[in-house]
Design a protein around this ligand. Structure first.
Ligand code: GLU
Length: 473
């Protein structure tokens, strides 16, 4: 059997890390089995679906390297892979189910249905218990599937083992609304059958839908796919993952300068591991070791701090050239323009120092901003560092020494400024911080001597003079 799996995002929001984890597990499973990974767009909700969200979802999948073999934009034998283009198909099948006796038009009003639900609730039963085929037949109204009550609904979940549902707990649910639009249950089940999906791996939040999909598939004369319900994601505090815990959209992490390979690695660990204590692994290693049957059924914790740590590990493992190549676009976004060749070369001279200090690519702009234009003085740094009585002397002496320094490289800069400290009888903190604020605008910067060398003599002198003028006297 050739494995065919799908993800079915609804374009009603940005790609959430939980859905990205679902996509990743489907992709790993397909790649491990030499199968087909499909992306279908579940856009039956016409009100809330937008092209912008669809773009975000597809861009985020591509950014993570989760390429798909069939589906939206790449094509395949099943049309556009957008549910909004398949409404005729869903309608046709809903009416066929009515004709064959598996489904019926429900003539009851919302008030009547609410009364049935209230009765069930009062008796402590499942709210849908009494939503069953009424004696009176109708030819209009929403179409409900009739759930056979004579046998339990069971299936073997690849993650959870055998799962059994009491049919009394499954109401006769709507498959086609009275306006002729399909529900998620109908569209999703029909597509899984039509597209010959072999395994449905999706979040555990959809577990209550699965007995409905199984009965529906059987009524349509199909064998249901195998199911794997993936564990929920929690925040570090053990509560369901939400925006309170930090960003939940994949694109937000991309904007913050996370690497797709770090994100991929971290998401893969949410409910699975390749074994042993291994936490850092390549895509190929993950593909080789992955199986849906090895996914844990216990909730997984999404911890932004661990993701940040992992991102730092990946950043430091790459060559400095590679680091710079990937950092430059983030710096350009931060300054709102392209970098010149000279600027890139200046940044490159402190590339390794920056690489050792940042946890995300977006932080690079803060570190190298002083090379890209006159910095504004950070008010806190100025107040703390530049108000001491010794500061004018330090700046005058640094100017005198740097003006005639030859060659102007970081080793000679260090030598002469350390000699200056001795001469003035100052410690490194007191004597060098004023120069740092003068040159970079802030009391926090990459190492000073390298920064000065990267900036070059003219700009360094200019900035020290500017700070000196600001002090007056
Ligand atoms: N559109 C559904 C969702 O976004 C997909 C559910 C499924 O995989 O069947 O949750």
């Amino acid at each position: 059997m050739t494995v065919r799996v799908r993800i079915a995002p609804s374009p009603t929001g940005l790609l959430h890390v939980g859905n990205a984890r679902t996509a990743l597990f489907n992709w790993l499973f397909a790649r491990n089995r030499g199968g087909t990974f499909i992306v279908r767009i579940d856009d039956t909700d016409r009100e809330r679906s937008t092209p912008e969200y669809e773009r975000d979802i597809l861009d985020s999948l591509r950014w993570l390297g989760l390429d798909w073999d069939e589906g939206v934009e790449v094509g395949g034998p099943h049309g556009t892979y957008r549910q909004s283009d398949r409404f005729d198909r869903y309608r046709e099948l809903a009416h066929r189910l009515v004709a064959e006796g598996h489904a019926y038009h429900d003539p009851r009003t919302p008030d009547e249905l609410e009364e049935l639900r209230a009765r069930a609730r009062a008796e402590g039963r499942h709210p849908g218990t009494y939503i069953r085929r009424p004696s009176q037949q109708a030819r209009t109204g929403p179409i409900r599937l009739s759930i056979p009550q004579d046998r339990p609904i069971r299936f073997d979940d690849l993650v959870r083992g055998e799962v059994v549902f009491d049919p009394a707990s499954v109401d006769d649910f709507v498959i086609l609304r009275s306006d002729g639009t399909p529900t998620y249950h109908l569209a999703s089940t029909v597509d899984d059958i039509d597209f010959a999906i072999t395994h449905v791996a999706r979040g555990e939040d959809l577990l209550p839908s699965t007995p409905k999909h199984i009965v529906l598939a059987e009524a349509l004369g199909a064998r249901p796919p195998a199911y794997a319900h993936l564990p929920l994601l929690l925040g570090p505090d053990g509560k369901l993952l939400s925006k309170r815990h930090g960003a939940t959209a994949v694109s937000a992490y991309r904007e913050q300068g996370y690497l797709p390979e770090a994100m991929f690695n971290y998401l893969a660990l949410l409910g699975w591991s390749p074994g042993g204590d291994v936490t850092i692994f390549s895509r190929e290693e993950a593909i080789g070791a992955f199986d849906l049957g090895k996914v844990s059924k216990h909730p997984a914790v999404f911890d932004p701090a661990k993701l940040e740590w992992m991102n730092g590990e990946y950043l430091r493992a790459m060559s400095t050239d590679e680091f710079l190549r990937r950092a430059f676009p983030y710096v350009e976004t931060a300054v709102g323009r392209a970098l010149t060749g000279d600027e890139k070369r200046a940044i490159a001279t402190i590339g390794l120092l920056v690489q050792e200090r940042v946890k995300t690519l977006a932080e690079v702009a803060d570190q190298v901003g002083f090379l890209l234009g006159e910095p504004d003085y950070d008010p806190g740094s100025w107040q703390k560092v530049m108000t001491g009585d010794h500061v004018p002397t330090v700046l005058d002496e640094a100017l005198r020494r740097l003006e005639r320094l030859e060659p102007f490289d970081h080793r000679h800069v260090e030598e002469t400024l350390r000699a200056m400290l001795d001469q003035l009888g100052l410690g490194a903190r007191k004597g060098l911080q004023p120069i740092r604020v003068a040159v970079t605008g802030s009391s926090i910067s990459p190492p000073l001597f390298e920064s000065i060398a990267a900036l070059g003599r003219d700009r360094t002198l200019e900035r020290i003079r500017r700070a000196r003028r600001r002090l007056g006297g």
